[in-house]
Design a protein around this ligand. Sequence first.
Ligand SMILES: [Zn+2]
Length: 158
Amino acid sequence: MEKATLEKFKNLFLEILSEEELSAGKLFPVSLEGDEVDIVSVEKQNQMDFRLKARNTIFMKKVKKSLQKIEDGTFGECEECGTEISNNRLIARPTADLCIQCKEAEEKEENQLIHRNKKSIKNGKVLPIEQLERGFKADETGTSNFHVRHMDYQDIVG
Ligand SMILES: [Zn+2]
């Protein structure tokens, strides 16, 4: 990756982190989708706050990890196969760990696991712990587009 491009990503990540520090303790929605907007009680609001906070923490971890990769000189490399992640993909999702091929392969695998989990629940079987963890991971990575999230974030902080 070109040095100038790398610099841009680095600045973006640093900017996100400094904004996060400025708003430390303050809560802001990362994304609102569908029925999450329909708040009917304080209890429900608290539940949502917790979920958003958790989601945001995961995102901040990814940002820090990406910065570390820039330092290590591994930013933009697929963690799975080592090929360069396309610029388009990185622009859409700067914290991407996998190239599109590996990501698709992983999602396919996760969908199969979720499908199998559903079947197991139906049959009343207890799930192996690693399958539950994989299910959680699928939820973690299934977050919405970076730009939308970043814009929401700026709208609220700024
Ligand atoms: Zn790959």
